[in-house]
Design a protein around this ligand. Structure first.
Ligand code: PMP
Length: 427
């Protein structure tokens, strides 16, 4: 049994010593003290089905024994900086990652976070092309550094940043966008930006394949191939941000961009890559990677032995436990159940996503698509009371974000859907 400080005591300290900007999701904040695979336990020993932990833990799940063992073993042996000395863990992990990527994508730069990975990717594109202009998508999220905050295109995540050189293209959002599911029409805006807002040449284009923070928006079919062609014709590089959609999460494919049939020039990753351990990566081609030899490029902890040992263990667990297949099967089943709820409740305007990257958008009026902002807060709290944790996002904050660890089972999916059914029935 847990006998540490109470939730109230922690809240009081948070208020006094942590940044006033930290937020929590619930009326009474949840105090979790233990995690095991797809379950979290609070200070009273109550179990929660964690359908949001996937933002930090890939299929492996919380405290997966193989990943924990790899971290502990490596910590006992050696923890040091990344590249000063030879270390086989780092090269083995880089090789394994490269083997999962298409084309000539095989040179890996390690970082500590998704923000750092995207900052580096954007810098590489600028160096390689000699151009400054980057195009990203409205409603996208790419990080909270100077450049990535510029590429992030939702006012709720932006401070007084230097926006210079970053243009935001029309979001190919099949639910709210003006062109519905016609990816090609949205891509014309990328051409317009190049024609009217740049010299005619750009450094690159960055986007998620399925927007995570933006509320699980799956880019309209065909969008990326049209956008990539336009960007390539303007001399730019295409960057796929796989921080949320990567690592088997979409089920049908290992990487989110593969769902759109494209091959990027640069791929960035983080979050689930280390099952909760701070780790990120940028993967590109040998030719593009050359630009970083012009000066010294160094990152003290990016890809250190302990974090890469975790990363390597993650890759092995995905393989051994067939987590991609599980993401596909259980994800499809869960989506079916959620669609069943959509048929039953007017409040659900849209169910979308792939595999274990699912979104449920709540609206008070299906025609006007009015965001159900108050209702979602209520349902989310009810779900917690019933023992189910989901995330929330989208520009209006009215979308449930469902990203369970990939070891989620059909029973967990039923538990989640039943809890949502019950909560919605009592609205
Ligand atoms: N890209 C995407 C798609 C993300 O969802 C996030 C984090 N929400 C980031 C980049 C930034 O990652 P980090 O928080 O590790 O810096």
């Amino acid at each position: 049994p847990y006998n540490g400080p109470s939730g109230d005591e922690i809240m009081a300290k948070r208020k006094e010593y942590l940044s006033p900007s930290v937020f929590h999701f619930y009326k009474t904040p949840l105090h979790v003290v233990e995690g095991k695979m797809q379950y979290l336990y609070d200070d009273k020993g109550r179990r929660y089905v964690d359908a949001f932990g996937g933002i930090a833990t890939v299929g492996c799940g919380h405290c997966h024994p193989d990943v924990v063992a790899a971290i502990v073993e490596q910590t006992k042996k050696l923890q040091h900086s990344t590249v000063l000395y030879l270390n086989s863990v780092i090269t083995d992990f880089a090789e394994t990652l490269a083997s999962k990527l298409p084309g000539d994508l095989k040179v890996v730069f390690f970082t500590n976070s998704g923000t750092e990975a995207n900052e580096l990717a954007m810098m590489i594109a600028r160096l390689y092309t000699g151009c400054h202009d980057i195009i990203s998508l409205r409603n996208g999220y790419h990080g909270n550094g100077a450049g990535t905050m510029a590429a992030t295109a939702q006012s709720i995540w932006k401070f007084n940043i230097v926006q210079s050189g970053v243009h935001h293209a029309m979001n190919p959002d099949p639910y709210r966008g003006v062109f519905g599911s016609d990816g090609e029409k949205y891509a014309r805006d990328v051409q317009d930006i190049i024609n009217f807002g740049t010299s005619g040449n750009v450094a690159g284009f960055i986007s998620e394949a399925i927007q995570g923070v933006g509320g699980i928006v799956e880019l309209a079919p065909g969008y990326l191939s049209h956008a990539y062609n336009i960007v390539k014709n303007a001399g730019g590089l295409c960057i796929a941000d796989e921080v949320q959609a990567g690592f088997a999460r979409t089920g049908s494919h290992f990487w989110g961009f593969e769902n759109q049939g494209v091959v990027p020039d640069i791929v960035t990753m983080a979050k689930s890559i280390g099952n909760g351990i701070p780790l990120g990566a940028v993967v590109t081609t040998p030719e593009i990677a050359q630009v970083l030899t012009r000066r010294n490029y160094f990152n003290t902890f990016g890809g250190n032995p302990v974090c890469t040992a975790a990363g390597l263990a993650v890759m092995r667990v995905i393989e051994k436990e067939k987590l991609q297949q599980n993401a596909f099967e259980v994800g499809n089943y869960l989506k079916e159940r959620l669609n069943g709820l959509k048929d039953k409740y007017e409040l659900i305007g849209d169910v979308r996503g792939r595999g274990m990257l699912l979104g449920v958008e709540l609206v008070t009026d299906r025609k006007l698509k009015t965001p159900a902002k108050a209702e979602i807060v209520h349902v989310m709290d009810q779900l917690k009371e019933l023992g189910v944790l989901v995330g929330k996002g989208g520009y209006y904050g009215n979308v449930f974000r469902i990203l369970p660890p990939l070891c989620f089972t059909k029973e967990d999916a039923d538990f989640l859907a039943d809890a949502m059914d019950y909560s919605l029935s009592r609205m």
